[in-house]
Design a protein around this ligand. Structure first.
Ligand code: SIN
Length: 275
């Protein structure tokens, strides 16, 4: 297989791999640990093969809010029909940050892609952390922050296009709140990185709302610098796997009038440790 880095911060395109082949798993895992986002081109897998690849990484973390694929409760459907307006995942986020043990990673398989657009953009949380000043790193190390699903998937969100069209649901079980270190030591790479994100992080514990907002908003502006990003342009059949402990991502909703259809499987992680 050929592995081509996408940027200097994160992301790689993998050509010629076959995720169905267990003998290739170690090389794929090494690429994942190094690049945090890997796009494995041309996989064309069934839902069963998608799940079999995911299980090589660990147990499946079933998403409680996305519509599941018929007959496959562990496979979440990520869909925007040509006549729908809202995409799933348009705000910068880290999947399952609201869980007590956040997911290791997510594996997204493109079934149908729009004629143009519909990319996914990623930010690297280690590159963003490394670029902060030493004094600011000292301030962040040791802080912990709250993450929640309530304000995103709960009752107040039931008017969103994704909710109105049945693509997300279960507002009544959006009750997860979790505390995680603001700076984590990555379980695979050992690198330090930020673990706060604009969608699910609600506040830094122990600070006033003004202090927490000031620090989080400063970090969010900092993390969105193009220098820390890579962008995946999809073809049907591609599989992209990203590390939820090392990245943010965002779906670009720029293909109105076209259909985009994906399957996502998310893998359980391990408890996060502070820097
Ligand atoms: C997601 O946030 O998991 C979906 C990303 C995408 O559709 O590009």
């Amino acid at each position: 297989m050929e592995i081509h880095p996408l940027t200097g911060s994160l992301g790689a395109e993998v050509i010629g791999a076959d995720i169905k082949d267990p003998k290739q798993f170690d090389e794929i895992k090494r690429a994942f640990a190094q690049y945090s986002v890997i796009t494995l081109r041309g996989q064309n897998i069934t839902p069963e093969e998608h799940l079999a690849f995911a299980r090589r990484w660990g147990d499946i973390n079933v998403n409680r809010f996305f519509k599941a694929l018929d007959g496959h409760p562990e496979v979440a459907v990520v869909l925007k029909e040509a006549d729908q307006t809202g995409a799933i995942g348009e705000v910068w986020h880290t999947d399952h940050a609201y869980d007590q043990v956040p997911a290791l990673g997510s594996i997204l398989h493109a079934i149908e892609t729009p004629a143009y657009g519909g990319d996914t953009v990623f930010c690297g949380m280690s590159a963003a952390y490394d670029a902060l000043s030493d004094r600011f790193k000292q301030l962040l190390n040791g802080l912990i922050a709250w993450h929640s699903s309530r304000h995103v998937f709960g009752a107040t969100q039931s008017k969103s296009d994704a909710s109105q069209t049945g693509r997300v649901g279960n507002a009544d079980i959006a009750t997860q709140d979790a505390l995680h270190p603001v700076v984590i030591k990555h379980p695979l790479s050992g690198r330090l990185g930020l673990f706060v994100n604009p969608q699910f992080t609600t506040r830094i514990d122990g600070l006033s709302p003004e202090e927490s907002d000031a620090i989080l908003n400063m970090l969010y502006v900092h993390c969105q610098k193009p220098e820390f990003q890579c962008r995946v342009n999809w073809q049907a059949g591609d599989v992209t796997m990203w590390d939820n402990r090392a990245t943010w991502h965002k779906a670009i909703n720029d293909y109105h009038g076209h259909r985009r259809y994906m399957h996502r499987v998310t893998v359980e992680g391990v408890p996060l440790t502070a820097a």
